[in-house]
Design a protein around this ligand. Structure first.
Ligand SMILES: C[S@@+](CC[C@H](N)C(=O)[O-])C[C@H]1O[C@@H](n2cnc3c(N)ncnc32)[C@H](O)[C@@H]1O
Length: 274
């Protein structure tokens, strides 16, 4: 059975997931009423988060356009989230009309909604939503839909945008990215972002310290990493200009607001495989 065939699922509405909360920050949509107390606490304790999420999402679009401009025609978007505006297949097709996209997520709402969307758009011949986990690259790479849509002898655009914060050090994130790197052809690209407080102002540090308990109530803990730790995920990749920067500053398509206090909390970079 293809992963695009509908399978009813039991959603856990009690623990807010990173996917549902991020989706709210981007769209304002409340997926489950039971998420609301958590969302309200988040706004109160960590008010920079919605702006941070919007910056992150815009980076994703710019990275996809950049890769499409480099001739990438197939994308593996891992931790793709709930579909919203600017989904990878939509952005890629502005430049590459026949782009193929495999979405991967481990969140049930993200999976169900993406499958519904791709089905309703009748694009299942060129896109798929795979139910898999970044911590199991082999399952992603060997999945029948990945094998059906991605030609591993051609360059792939890997998107791992704001997913690594939900992978703990014990899961060895650099080794996971290396497994993906080893599977793709020269000319492939990877885009990643990572929340960080390394350069954050005192105000944000205090907010996050005060609001840290918010995250222990979510279904998955968040790991903050600094610039050097983020850099280790790009080992073996040639960094595209300007290297590691803030997501807002990576090939910006609008003036960068240097007074924006969410700006410094999200490292971003794109690498290519020689
Ligand atoms: C902050 S959202 C980012 C969504 C999208 N990549 C973007 O940048 O707009 C993080 C997403 O990663 C997913 N995620 C977290 N840990 C994951 C894992 N180990 N494997 C696959 N997906 C994961 C979450 O379910 C969520 O949809």
């Amino acid at each position: 059975m293809s992963s695009n065939d509908f399978e009813p699922r039991q959603l856990d509405t009690h623990k807010p997931s990173s996917a549902r909360i991020y989706h709210h920050m981007i769209t304002g949509e409340v997926i489950f009423e039971s998420d609301l107390p958590f969302i309200h606490r988040l706004y109160a304790d960590i008010p920079f988060y919605p702006l941070w999420a919007q910056h992150n999402r815009r980076f994703l679009g710019r990275a996809v356009r950049y890769m499409a401009g480099k001739g990438i025609r197939q994308f593996l978007d891992i931790g793709s989230g709930l579909p919203t505006g600017g989904n990878t297949h939509e952005v890629a097709r502005e430049l590459v009309p026949d782009a193929r996209v495999v979405y991967v997520d481990n969140d049930e709402e993200a999976i169900n909604r993406a499958r519904d969307l791709l089905q309703s758009e009748q694009v299942l011949d060129t896109t798929a939503m795979v139910d898999a986990d970044l911590r199991d690259p082999a399952r992603i790479l060997e999945h029948p839909d990945t094998q059906r849509l991605i030609d591993f002898s051609e360059p792939v655009g890997l998107l791992v945008v704001s997913v690594l914060p939900w992978v703990t050090d014990a899961d060895e994130p650099a080794a996971l990215i290396k497994q993906l790197r080893d599977a793709v052809a020269p000319g492939s690209h990877i885009a990643m972002t990572h929340v960080s407080l390394e350069d954050a102002g005192q105000k944000i540090k205090e907010q996050v310290a005060a609001g840290a308990a918010v995250f222990t109530d979510a279904s998955t803990p968040v790991t903050l990493r600094n610039r050097n730790q983020f850099a280790t995920f790009f080992e073996g990749w040639t960094m595209a200009e300007p290297g590691i920067t803030y997501a807002t500053d990576w090939h910006p398509d609008q003036p960068v607001d240097t007074d924006d206090y969410a700006r410094s909390c999200n490292f971003a970079a794109v690498g290519s495989l020689p």
